[in-house]
Design a protein around this ligand. Structure first.
Ligand code: ZN
Length: 265
């Protein structure tokens, strides 16, 4: 499960199955515990918005201190709703935090070196975590509806197989907080992509279609060989929990970002 940890006014989730391995430091952040104000209140991890850069840096330091990660080493993604997954090495340390973000398109990051904390960002889209416990490699990917249609979840697993010689049965996977079926109403132009998928991922609420992204991704991961017992599905809706979590839809886009952070120890 995704378990909420609260300490000194800061809140973040950890994934029990990942924590138990002792192989990674990781979290999924919430809004609680940062220094940003107004729509960014409080733990905003989004640069390139009207929040002050110094606030965002402070927020990164606060959460990284709590999980014992050096925030100056963070390697931040460049999310453009595509399906590129970039391999990160020691050369990338500080990418997007102490130096310019070198990525042009990176909705997924992966790494098999220790000491490199990777970061992906969210506010309704689905965070995905992967950990190969045997070959010791990690990956994270950002699966919004577009990424889900592009099957970035399965592509991430495939890339771990290709680059790290991973076997799906050795990979722990987790699907984090995102907008739930309860609140993800979509127009016909989005709905039709999901109609050909296994049943249960799209439903009609009255006249409107609602898509269940977490369920769609669960199906995708099981079909590439991730074992059910190795898969954690959070079931947490960002819109339903918008006091704790940033939700793009709930706030009409006036919001900060949460982050998924993970580092191989
Ligand atoms: Zn909801």
């Amino acid at each position: 499960m995704f378990r909420l940890v609260r300490k000194n006014g800061l809140s973040y989730y950890v994934i029990d199955s990942f924590e138990k391995t002792g192989l990674v430091k990781h979290c999924f952040t919430t809004r609680e515990g940062g220094v940003s104000e107004n729509e960014y209140k409080a733990l905003n991890l989004r640069f390139n918005c009207s929040d002050k850069r110094e606030n965002v840096l402070k927020n990164y330091k606060i959460i990284c201190d709590a999980i014992d990660v050096d925030y100056k080493k963070l390697v931040i993604s460049k999310q453009v709703h595509e399906d590129n997954i970039c391999t990160v090495t020691i050369e990338d340390l500080g990418n997007g935090i102490t130096k310019e973000n070198r990525f042009t398109s990176a909705d997924g990051l992966m790494c098999n070196e220790t000491g490199i904390p990777i970061v992906t960002l969210y506010a309704d889209c689905v965070p995905l975590y992967f950990l190969d416990v045997k070959n010791k490699a990690i990956a994270m990917s950002h699966s919004g509806w577009k990424g889900t249609v592009k099957n970035i979840s399965a592509k991430t697993v495939q890339k771990m197989i290709d680059e790290f010689n991973s076997k799906p049965e050795n990979i722990l996977a987790a699907i984090g907080p995102s907008i739930g079926e309860c609140h993800f109403e979509v127009g016909d132009e989005v709905a039709y992509h999901f109609m050909e998928m296994p049943c249960g991922v799209i439903k009609k609420y009255g006249e409107k279609y609602h898509v269940n992204l977490q369920k769609t991704i669960e199906n995708q991961l099981l079909s590439v060989g991730i074992l059910k017992q190795n898969l954690t599905v959070s079931g947490i809706c960002t819109f339903c929990n918008s006091d704790l979590l940033f939700s793009h839809r709930k706030t009409n886009g006036k919001r900060g970002n949460m982050a998924a952070i993970m580092e191989l120890i």
